[in-house]
Write a protein that binds this ligand. Structure first.
Ligand code: NAI
Length: 346
């Protein structure tokens, strides 16, 4: 049986890291049928739509997509494709595990932090207008429904994976109503999970606390904007944006994509690090129930990270994006050799 997956290579470094990831996935021996679609400015040229209807229908059918980054114009132009897809498919939970890869020297070893970001509302509702020239209004929408839903996702994950603590991150001292509601919903859900320690920290203090001692946190639960910012900060703990995977999860479908963007500064040079998208694909394999294949991809990645010269430039190596993928494929253990590994495969 072949898995039908919607593939959005994206733009900038997207097509380079997506191609590398597809090759690594196919080297597992699993069968995939990729339904490829452009999105954003690239799609507009062909379809006169930023998110083609065929792409929407493909995700509705397949319920699983792998996505490269898509550029969003700054201070004008079309709205974010990423935000639009998350809203369209109610992918309310953005899941970003922050874990070190062995042999990547970082300021903090053995980080194991899960960032859970509410993905559908907050300031990303995109409701803004100019009241009068020189005055604009941007609305932050926080609802009881979405706040309770994301808190439930976080606590259910914590229970299932035996995590210890969840901190809700907020600015309810200033945004008393909106962040206050987010906190009330988190507290209510926390009561159903007495075995998980629940804490609350103000977002600015959280930045300082994280940089001082990231080990004090286990899981972070955040509304949309804080989650976006804090997850990039956390990426730096484990070696940068080239390494950190992500998943956008809903009740009906899921889109797997790296935390990083389209990196226009290095696009088209075949030097981007595909690790973050490969690790996102690894989350996809686990979502599909392909635990053994996920472990083999992780094992191959770790084997390559043992040899510095095979790494991409951001990791101090000289390999191109394609050469890095070649090394991961060459290091892929056969199915029988991977059965001993037992840790989470990210
Ligand atoms: P970015 O993540 O694209 O780049 C930030 C820095 O990290 C750059 O120096 C870049 O070279 C480096 N970097 C990122 N990914 C890398 C990789 N795989 N390998 C090596 N180095 C890597 O963030 P930026 O510049 O703020 O955003 C660029 C565009 O991407 C914007 O249009 C933004 O809206 C979009 N974006 C899209 C996302 C998505 O599609 N999910 C997520 C974040 C940003």
């Amino acid at each position: 049986m072949a898995y039908k997956i919607t593939l959005i290579p994206g733009d900038g470094i997207g097509p380079e890291v997506a191609e590398a990831t597809v090759r690594v996935l196919e080297a597992t021996g699993l069968k995939f049928e990729w339904e490829r679609f452009r999105a954003g400015a690239d799609a507009y040229e062909k379809y006169k739509e930023y998110i083609p209807q065929e792409l929407i229908e493909s995700i509705e059918r397949n319920r699983v997509a792998l996505k490269g980054p898509v550029t969003t114009p700054i201070a004008g132009g079309f709205p974010s494709i990423n935000v639009a897809l998350r809203k369209r498919f109610e992918l309310y939970a953005n899941f970003r595990p922050i874990r070190n890869l062995p042999h990547v020297p970082t300021r903090y070893p053995d980080v194991d932090l899960i960032v859970i970001r509410e993905n559908t509302e907050g300031l990303y509702s995109g409701i803004e207008h100019e009241v009068v020239p020189g005055v604009v209004e941007s609305l932050k929408i926080i609802t009881e429904k979405a706040s309770t839903r994301i808190a439930r996702f976080a606590f259910a994950y914590a229970r299932k994976h035996k995590r210890r603590k969840i901190h809700a991150i907020h600015k309810a001292n200033i945004m008393k109503l909106s962040d206050g509601l987010f906190l009330r919903c988190s507290r209510n859900v926390a009561k159903e999970y007495p075995e998980i320690t629940y804490g609350e920290h103000i977002v600015d203090n959280t930045c300082m606390q994280l940089v001082t001692n990231p080990y004090q946190y286990d899981m972070l639960l955040l509304e949309n904007l804080y989650g976006d910012i804090i997850s990039d900060l956390c990426a730096a703990f484990v070696g940068g944006l080239g390494l950190v995977p992500g998943a956008n999860m809903g009740d009906h479908c899921a889109i797997f994509e790296a935390v990083h963007g389209s990196a226009p500064d290095i696009a088209g040079k075949n030097i981007a690090n595909p690790t973050a998208l490969i690790r996102s694909a690894l989350l996809m394999l686990r979502h599909l129930g392909e635990m053994e294949a996920a472990l083999r991809v992780r094992s191959a990645l770790e084997a390559v990270y043992r040899q510095k010269e095979k790494l991409t430039r951001d990791m101090g190596g000289k390999a191109s994006t394609a050469e890095f993928a070649d090394s991961v494929i060459a290091a892929m253990p056969s199915p029988a050799m991977s059965e001993t590994a037992a840790q989470p495969a990210t």
